[in-house]
Design a protein around this ligand. Sequence first.
Ligand SMILES: *Cc1c(COP(=O)(O)O)cnc(C)c1O
Length: 466
Amino acid sequence: MPHKYTSPILEKIRNKSLEEDLELVHGYALDYVNSVDDMPVFPPKKAIDDLKLFDEALGDYPQSTRDIIDQLHNYGSPATVAQTGGRYFGFVCGGILPSALVSKWLTDTWDQNPAMHVLSPIASKIEAVTEKWIVDLLGLPKETVAGYVSGSSTATIIGLTTGRNYLLQKMGYDIFKKGLVDAPPIKIVLGEGAHSTVYKALSIIGLGSDCAIRVPTDDQGRMRAEKLPKLDDKTLLILQAGHVNSGNFDNFESLCNYAKESGAYVHVDGAFGLWAAANPAFDHLTRGVQLADSWSVDGHKTLNTPYDSGIILCRHKKMLIDSMHMAGSYIILSEDRDNMLYTAEMSRRARAIDLWATLKGLGKTGVSELVWELYQKAVYFADLLKKGGLEVLNEVVFNQILVRFQTDDLTNKLIQDIQKSGVCWLGGANWEGKSVMRISVCSYKTSYGDIDLSASDILRLATNMK
Ligand SMILES: *Cc1c(COP(=O)(O)O)cnc(C)c1O
């Protein structure tokens, strides 16, 4: 008889009921939700200093779940950035909608592996349904498929890989067998305002930044069509729905039509801006975006899903799958959706459930109103700052505002003072050679009251500096 070893540690963990711990976490989560709006938006020095407590060696023996959760709540919660409150305007970060937060709690207890239908029929079903919803909501071609990834960075890697392979295969080159080493050249064309993650993606997939032709942009960061090089069927054209600073959109209608005529492949980085396509009032920004071949978009920005929610959308299902496919003797695909075919990952969180719950919690109208409200609030915010004597450098067409206070030095100093003050948080950027403050209105939680409070703090600090 083999010895039946039982770890006393695991035995203890198995025998303890989860009930008490789940209730404890429930209480702490409520504490956080109820206090987040009163917290300084960036954690104070003391909270950050207290993080020293985490610098400990891993203990020899287990700690109770209660101790772990206590440590996280007592020292972790105060050191969080209050992104789920209403006055965080840094980078482009959304809040978290209730339907998704609570679905995530429940589905985390399921701990599903969504790689294949046989691993999780529910995850397979939800990924398929959510794909249809998104394609419909954004008005994309019916044949478009979705892969659920961690964010737009990864979505772009997959989109550009698929585009690269699509072009090479059309040239009669078997990229899957031969790899890139002897591949014919591909022409990469992107705007000067392309996001840094686009360059990262190009580098990861073996197309360094020198391969890219950078098309000059106008004063709003939009690609200047008249500066476009000649496109052909060896070209990968990368466009943008939502410039990370100005929030502006490339002119898809003319650029995509030209690309189609010349046989180029078009990928759109629509990390936060693509959701504008859910509201016809933004038609002047998104018209023609549906003509592209693939799109990357985040749930965790404009849509306010939890983090870890990016989507690669692609109209060439076979090429996407061929590009991401993996085989193994133990892998038998099913008639139903096998999620891993559409992404680089096999095992991962069943992250599409968050997206599904968010979309269901908003409905089509809710998504449409969410993007509209973010825009209206950005316009309102920009207006208050302009009236207070600050300069707004961009046309506020979506949710981004670029603000300047006279000189580079004053602008940078004002950003520091705002960050120290803790009423709101925003960062800086360089725009057309000038220092600017960047404001991103991206959370459903942000109220006009939050904007009033934030704007008056910003203007007070600016006045104090004179
Ligand atoms: C945020 C952003 C990205 C990167 O997305 P992640 O989800 O952070 O990986 C890419 N492009 C644009 C325009 C963005 O705003």
